[in-house]
Design a protein. Structure first.
Length: 76
């Protein structure tokens, strides 16, 4: 089975959702709570966490897997 990234995005109802492989893992009232849950899921699966802003565009991307040639993280 291929590893799927974890995404934090805004749902149509206004809540923040954490999804992986097209399936909703959890929903949260705040983006901060959703990112916290997303980090846990990404670490568990050793995949990337992709955080989307209110407009749906990718705001940040963090890798929690093993990368033999990691890029230099300019965000943290």
């Amino acid at each position: 089975m291929a590893k799927r990234d974890v995404h934090v995005s805004r749902s149509s109802g206004g809540a923040w959702r954490v999804s992986q492989g097209g399936n909703t893992v959890s929903t949260h009232r705040t983006q901060d709570a959703a990112v916290t849950k997303g980090k846990t899921e990404a670490r568990k699966g050793a995949v990337d966490l992709v955080t989307h802003g209110r407009d749906g565009r990718i705001r940040s991307k963090d890798s929690y897997g093993k990368d033999p040639n990691p890029p230099k993280d300019r965000e943290h």
